[in-house]
Design a protein around this ligand. Structure first.
Ligand code: ATP
Length: 225
């Protein structure tokens, strides 16, 4: 069909990097920058210009020699691919410290996701509001999802609660889970899952520090010999 927009194929590797492009391009737009060369963008993002050209090649036609990229166009395309304009909606399950921090942050709004409410089992939290968002009982999740569109569940409950909460999520029309718990989820394949194992990242960092230290120590010992 002539009017049908050409579908852009994005590899898994590029898909993983798109949010980073999104962040930098948004900042460039905020700074009023309309064009940017692959060299400039590469320097800003601390990657090679050839990586930029390879990644953005699939969007076609607007990375012209001598002109650079049209920031607004590129930002629009990347936003579209990432579903920023879809106005996806989210609820946070687990109104503890992490749930609080996420609700208070601009993370959702900045990515076009609409946070609607939090859910918890603690009677001390239910009925209160956090950063302006209501906290409901987890028992109400099912009914809430029947009345309100909820696309994303953000999981910030302790590991011990994950199995029972997962069952409740699976019984709704929720489409994806942003999982901050330390546990892998067992959910029907129709649900997309993005794991954020914060503790694992911290351990990776500790490992790198330790490796650097032992490299420095052995280099130092080599010099002393
Ligand atoms: P707090 O001390 O305020 O509870 P926390 O972040 O240290 O915060 P966690 O034990 O990690 O607490 O629990 C996070 C949140 O998840 C808490 O608000 C807790 O009430 C809630 N929670 C625990 N079990 C469930 C469950 N099955 N369903 C929904 N929420 C739960």
């Amino acid at each position: 069909m002539e009017n049908e927009e050409k579908k852009i194929y994005v590899s898994q590797a590029v898909k993983k990097r798109l949010p980073r492009y999104y962040r930098y391009l948004r900042q460039l737009l905020e700074d009023g920058k309309l064009r940017i060369s692959s060299l400039e963008l590469a320097a800003l993002m601390n990657v090679t210009a050839s990586q930029i050209r390879q990644d953005l090649n699939c969007f076609g036609g607007f990375g012209q020699q001598g002109y650079g990229y049209n920031v607004k166009y590129l930002f629009g395309k990347i936003s579209e691919i990432l579903g920023v304009g879809e106005r996806y909606t989210a609820v946070i399950i687990g109104a503890g410290n992490l749930g609080h921090a996420l609700a208070a942050s601009g993370t959702f709004k900045d990515r076009g996701v609409i946070l609607k409410a939090l859910f918890d089992i603690s009677s001390e939290k239910i009925g209160k509001s956090i950063s302006g968002f209501p906290v409901y009982s987890l028992d109400e999740l099912d009914e809430y999802c029947m009345n309100e569109r909820v696309d994303i569940a953000v999981l910030t409950v302790p590991g011990s609660a994950v199995a029972s909460v997962s069952e409740k999520i699976a019984a709704t029309d929720i489409k994806g889970v942003w999982n901050f718990s330390e546990v892998e989820l067992s959910l029907p394949p129709r649900l997309s899952v993005e794991n954020v194992h914060l503790g694992d990242k911290l351990m990776n960092l500790c490992y790198d520090i330790k490796s650097n230290q032992s490299e420095e120590e052995s280099a130092g010992a080599g010099q002393e010999e």
